[in-house]
Design a protein. Sequence first.
Length: 325
Amino acid sequence: MKKKFKLFDMNRPGKGITKDRAIREEGYTFAGYFRMLKNRFWNLSSLNILYVIMNFPIFFGLIALSGAFNVETTMPTSPFYPVLFGISQYGETPYITALLSILGGNVTWSVATTTTKCLGLLTLLVVFTGGITNVGATYVIRGYLKSEPVFLFGDFFGAIKKNFLQGMILGLLDAFFVYALGFGLMTYYINAGNYALSVMFFAELLLAFVYLTMRFYMYMLLITFDISIPKLIKNSFIFAIIGYKRNTLAWLGILAFVIINVYVFMFLMVFGVILPFIITASLLMFTGAYASYPVIKKYMIDPYYKNETNEKLTPAEEPIFIDRG
């Protein structure tokens, strides 16, 4: 039987839809996460490298931690040595000599110089770059989730330019909250010696968990809607509660990635150090975004477009949210 020539056959199947679009249309399922991660792994790696470069102040901190500009000095291992040495100046006895030989061992100590301290202070500049780079990275990841064409540099810097002021403000608030929560946790943990302080520690731990979950939503809301910072934080808190199922799975995924990175660092230190600079950061952001975007879409984006289709706003009415696309 001869095959029918189908060059102009309009009834034959088309190319179909992309894998990412299929994942989006099936509702961002658990299995879809791994398929999309596989499809976008190298894109996420490129984004990770750009994200790290844009947060360049962290390199100042790494240089400071390396001790490259420190000076080395020696000091006694025992705090009693200076006292014994002072006593020995008035005359040595067999007892004092024996103690000096036991407690007089020295250890090499690395002391921070002015250069090291300056590098440490320059690291604090990351509080200014962190917010805007989160905006750019979140915008790119949202494009992946929506199966839209993504141009890494154009979309990354375009999102930063469009949301620069709000991104900077949110980044500064974010850094302040993270610092305050971290400081509170350390304070209560170190001083936990009674029931009240122990209760405060666990309360602070719960508060930190809720806030870190809110971060899944904050930057996604910022790039999606024309919304004030207070309302953004309020809605992020609401979504952190009502999206608890997806948030829990996201935290399990984040915990798994962190554990993997730690184990790689323990057994293959070089690769363990390199991983955060080439993939880990974007994986964590992608995991949080995959959990948060469907929740935002369900409760804010879909109702907005549904109302826009069914009801035309009068000139006196204004939409509460404006989807920035």
